[in-house]
Design a protein around this ligand. Structure first.
Ligand SMILES: *Cc1c(COP(=O)(O)O)cnc(C)c1O
Length: 429
């Protein structure tokens, strides 16, 4: 794994030993490698060279300002799904003309924000949404650029919670209604139909569903064009998977070659929305072992990170590597343990029956491939302010998102006027 490696018996992020970060910032803490972000982005871009391609990083995978800024600096655009993400993309310096607004349920306020910012396109997912966007745009005296997101009814063969391109999923306009939807879009005074879009799911590890979906989109785009509706681009979404355990997802090069082959007859500029693929391997969640508990039938390694910091194992049965920060010795014998968090939920489990070298209280563990869909899904469950976030560059590191204090957490709340503030109780000696 680029970016994270053992040096002198200690796991480093680039040239920073992880214990240094744990000492300075506390645990749990997400640690991101700038070098991995850059390497992933450049490799994806190279794999698409020869194509007229815009790469819009999907912020929902990781919306830390420093992560978005790092990618924007390299030339990435943004794929946003809320007004908040749009604001982050703007704050990170992503040009509006490289920003796509996706999502199945945009509010009118979000539409206004996107039109006001002058974004490249809205990916519209239904006729009611098209109508609403048309009204908002006309009220502003503008035309909203629209790509129709199509549901191609292709099985992405990924986890059920992250498959989006089957007819039973809530996403996109059904492909057999696409031509009619395109006509409707062209007929709207507030809409400028600029393209078609597709995104069939996340963490795809097989190239064939991509190929099937893209081929359907190319046919559809040609039919739309032949019907007298010119298009400016085709948006092929994100979804390229990572190897969390044994998976062997397509390489960016294989993906790029397939895209070139399938889209050649069309000859339109392309847009991509990778999220996970760019940031997943750039991040680890660093956590400290609190206790090792011998249960009746299992050994539990209880760590200070919980499902409120990283929910993927609970939500998607996701596998994450567990790396002891102190490099295991050759002759260390492995024992199967359950690595669990402190949250009061039986589902707060990072790894079950995982072979690990012996670890004891105070040891540091790094939870691998945690850069995507990690911190963005963090919550305050159990009144635990989520993990701090740190970025590393070479031998430097910086806190990019401090952990909220308990005071800040309580400070978010307000008491209604009918409740008197509690008297500060003095503990009796
Ligand atoms: C989530 C999402 C993406 C990014 O998916 P990844 O699997 O992280 O690449 C791209 N486009 C749309 C429309 C999405 O909803």
């Amino acid at each position: 794994m680029t970016g994270f490696s053992y040096r002198g018996g200690v796991l480093n992020a680039e040239s920073v030993p992880l214990p240094r970060i744990a000492e300075a910032v506390g645990t749990p803490v997400y640690v991101y490698s700038s070098a991995v972000l850059a390497e992933r982005f450049e490799r994806f871009r190279r794999a698409l060279s020869g194509l007229d391609a815009t790469i819009c990083y999907a912020l929902k995978a990781n919306d830390a300002l420093a992560v978005v800024r790092t990618l924007a600096d390299l030339g990435a655009g943004a794929d946003v799904v809320s007004e908040g993400e749009l604001a982050i993309a703007r704050a990170a310096g992503v040009p509006a003309q490289k920003t796509v607004f996706a999502g199945v349920g945009k509010s009118r306020a979000e539409m206004e924000a996107g039109i006001g910012a002058g974004i490249l396109q809205f990916n519209v997912e239904s006729l009611p949404e098209l109508e609403a966007l048309d009204q908002v745009a006309r009220a502003m005296g503008r035309k909203a650029p629209v790509a129709l997101r199509i549901n191609p009814d292709v099985d992405a063969r990924t986890h059920a919670k992250i498959t989006t391109g089957k007819s039973e999923n809530k996403f996109g306009v059904p492909i057999d209604e696409a031509m009619e939807a395109a006509r409707r879009a062209v007929g709207c005074a507030g809409i400028d139909l600029v393209g078609l879009a597709v995104h069939i799911g996340s963490q795809l590890t097989d190239i064939e569903p991509f190929r099937a979906a893209f081929a359907k989109m190319v046919d559809l785009a040609m039919a739309v064009r032949a019907a007298g509706m010119p298009l400016k681009r085709l948006d092929l979404g994100g979804g390229l998977g990572l190897s969390y355990a044994e998976e062997a997802p397509p390489t960016p090069e294989a993906y790029g070659a397939m895209v070139k082959e399938v889209t050649r007859p069309l000859g339109l500029p392309l847009l991509f929305e990778p999220g996970r693929h760019l940031v997943g391997e750039a991040g680890m969640l660093l956590t400290r072992v609190l206790y090792v508990k011998a249960g009746r039938s299992r050994r539990f390694v209880i760590v200070d990170a919980g499902m409120n910091d990283l929910i993927r194992p609970t939500l998607y049965d996701a596998h994450h590597a567990m790396l002891p920060v102190a490099e295991p010795g050759e002759e260390d014998h492995l024992e199967r343990v359950d690595v669990v968090g402190p949250i009061c939920e039986s589902g707060d489990v990072f790894a079950e029956q995982r072979p690990l070298p012996p670890v004891s209280s105070g040891a540091l563990l790094a939870i691998g491939t945690a850069g995507a869909y990690g911190s963005v899904m963090a919550s305050y469950y159990n009144a635990r302010p989520p993990a701090a976030e740190v970025m590393v560059k070479g031998d430097r590191f910086a806190v990019i998102r401090p952990r909220a204090t308990i005071e800040e957490m309580i400070g978010r709340d307000r008491l209604p006027e009918w409740l008197a503030p509690p008297k500060r109780s003095r503990s009796s000696a």
